[in-house]
Design a binder for this molecule. Sequence first.
Ligand code: SF4
Ligand code: SF4
Length: 145
Amino acid sequence: MYARMLLLRFPREIVDKPIVTNLVRTYDLSFNILKAQIYPRKEGLMVMELRGNRKDYERGIQYLHDIGVIIESIAQGIRRDDERCYQCGACTAVCPTGALHIQRPEMQVIFDPERCSACELCVKACPSRAMIVTLDRSLDLEEAV
Ligand code: SF4
Ligand code: SF4
């Protein structure tokens, strides 16, 4: 599962098109809309988490790009301070994407930044404050496609 938090800007010419429906039906993606401001004949704005397998995600992003949606990642980066992490595993219970998971049989808590949607749930769950929000907004459209 691949997931990213995105800020989408819809030009007013396409604001009434069933774009999100197409993402689901054609590209097999799921989404969680956190904020939307869509008005007829005005630029629309939507903050959503988009999920799916990596290939479908990339195709969906390409579709948005092709129809003129401006895409910005608003996901801040998340990193783990390995010196603070004592491998308790609490974060794996809240991580929705599997970015934090337990590797068996070693029972080691792995953090895979590629799968992280920067939802910050682990930041609150970690008793030792090992999961840290960074201001790295490195994921741009070029990287996403
Ligand atoms: S921010 Fe933490 S909980 Fe959220 S997806 Fe990334 S690793 Fe998982
Ligand atoms: S909750 Fe914190 S200390 Fe525990 S495994 Fe996750 S990052 Fe490490």
